[in-house]
Design a protein around this ligand. Structure first.
Ligand code: DER
Length: 256
């Protein structure tokens, strides 16, 4: 169908433009679009008839299974030798704005996804036309936040104080009675906010300081990250690239 074809084409294009078969470490994100990325990578390796020495870094159980099912070699993030950076990381997103800021966490894998993004020289966000919006929280309703279970109610109170009208713990839906648990055994709290201002909105004089519940991406991400009990926030700020905090790297390259 139209959406699957768009995801497949996005995956093929991302790989043809950003996958280097001579890479040593390549990050693989989570979700369904990433499956097309891995298929395209496998195709390149097969066509070039190269023995691939690449080790693929997963961002959770699902991502690791996609790597293994494709016959590729996984390496756990915490097994990466000190000082190495991933040449490239591929991942999906739930929404992307024109500055390549992303909302991630629809698949509840945001913690390992952001950890990997900060360790990659280049972060390639692979998203079909549905995800492309002028500002984040235009079509995706809320910010996914990974929290320690015991802190969930406290975090919800703090999110309300930041102007979120109805933050709530994500349920396992039909898959599981009660709250969903992440690969870290944490909860996800989904917090709705008004559409998030971009860096250019701020340059044009708009106020993203939270007045009337209107935030800019970077400020809101920092405010939420500071709430005690929060492990990670599903806002990927693309303005200056993803800060490569591991190995004291400079600001990561702008995501593409
Ligand atoms: O959780 C995430 O951020 C994932 O990348 C995900 O939500 C994207 O999923 P999709 O490729 O199935 O749309």
């Amino acid at each position: 169908n139209l959406v699957e074809e768009a995801k497949r084409l996005a995956g093929i294009r991302a790989v043809s433009e950003h996958f280097d078969p001579s890479a040593r470490y390549v990050g693989i994100g989570s979700g369904t679009t990433i499956i097309y990325v891995v298929e395209a990578i496998k195709e390149v390796i097969k066509q070039r008839n190269i023995t691939s020495n690449i080790q693929f870094v997963p961002t959770g159980y699902q991502s690791r299974q996609v790597i293994v099912d494709a016959g590729l070699t996984p390496i756990a993030f915490d097994s990466l030798p000190d000082g190495v950076m991933l040449e490239v990381a591929f991942d999906g997103a739930d929404e992307v704005d024109e500055e390549l800021n992303c909302i991630k966490g629809g698949g509840a894998c945001l913690f390992q996804e952001k950890l990997m993004a900060t360790r990659a020289k280049k972060f390639v966000c692979v998203a079909d036309y549905r995800k492309d919006q002028p500002r984040l929280l235009t079509s995706w309703p809320s910010v996914p936040i990974e929290v320690a279970p015991m802190a969930a109610r406290t975090v919800i109170t703090a999110l309300r104080a930041l102007g979120s009208p109805a933050p709530k713990v994500r349920s396992g839906m039909l898959a599981k009675a009660g709250p969903l648990k992440t690969d870290q055994d944490f909860f996800i709290v989904d917090a709705p906010f008004k559409p998030l201002l971009t860096a250019s909105d701020i340059r044009n004089g708009q106020d993203g300081s939270g007045k009337d519940g209107v935030w800019d991406i970077e400020t809101l991400c920092q405010k939420i990250k500071m709430i005690s009990g929060v492990l990670e926030v599903g806002l990927f700020v693309g303005k200056n690239g993803y800060e490569t905090q591991a190995e004291g790297g400079q600001g990561g390259q702008k995501p593409v």
